[in-house]
Design a protein around this ligand. Sequence first.
Ligand code: SF4
Length: 369
Amino acid sequence: MFPPIKRKKTRTIFVGNISIGGDSPIRVQSMTNTNTRDVKATIEQIHKLYEAGCEIVRVAIPDKKAVSSLKDIIKESPIPIIGDIHFLTLLGEEAVKIGISGIRINPGTFKNRQNLDRLIRVCKERGTCIRIGINAGSLEKEILKRYKKPTPEAMVESALNWLYYIIEKYDYQNIKVSLKSSNWWDTVRAYELFSEKSDFPLHLGVTEAGGLIPGTIKNTMAISYLLLKGIGDTLRISLTTDPIEEVYVAYEILKNLGLRTLYPDIIACPMCGRCEIDLMKLYEKVENWARNIKANIKLAVMGCVVNGPGEAKYADLGVTGGKGIGIIFKKGKIIKKVPERELLSAFFKEIEKFLKEHPERYIQKDVPN
Ligand code: SF4
């Protein structure tokens, strides 16, 4: 059993009806990669992300047409929408007036302080959450000049400057902060330094992390390190792939740290010369099927009857096979033998039966554990 993590106490803020920080569970976010002007495609993607467990979704607002799509997107979305703007604060202002739940501002990309002030004022009037999204690649010139390069210290100084500015000038505190770099260690140091100085909730992530494998690794290293230290209130795994994968990766990290469970835990052997079944195909099918189940259950997909059931005796249910025979086992004991072609359907039936007998294992997506 993973030792419980003591989370650093942060203040509670809200993005729409979703609380972040304080005693709230660590929230999972993602970002659409559809064209925001295409309302249908964007809504479809948001629904898929929601079904996968995404709790807050960000959409890019590149122009006026994207702003005008927002009304319908917000109406149809089951989760709060955050708008992402760069350079164009006036678009952000319009989006906030339309009813967006949060806005991500990257101070380094705003040249006109007056317009930024207007945006902050409108956010305050409507209670819209502001994320101060510091990005190492776009720090303010003045800070960069002093630090020579975008160090974690420089990122923290920028974040704190903006945080105090909004608090002191506008007395507004529905704010979260992110300090992202494409270098995972700089990201970690920036979050650590910031959390020593402030109790505002932190949105974790490594920016421009890359595709599924390199991106997952970089994000997992940084985010796990921080979460183990109790730092972090919400996260987005940035990946150059279908954003649905960002949600699955996020829950996989949270599950392995004992912070949140949404999906079955699947263990599988790496295969060896004893394997007499197409295990890779079998595993892929089990994993895809399990993505439709929100339950705390441990499943095993093993390559041979000799070692499989014994090695996976801690799994609630497991599957293996060879020589045309499929085997299903429960806590290491064989409970069923079927022809190999019937293996998957028999396994899925057993899982459903198990969950019927243990309804407490189901996890309600909207009531985080
Ligand atoms: S379960 Fe069997 S096939 Fe898989 S690694 Fe172990 S011995 Fe090899």
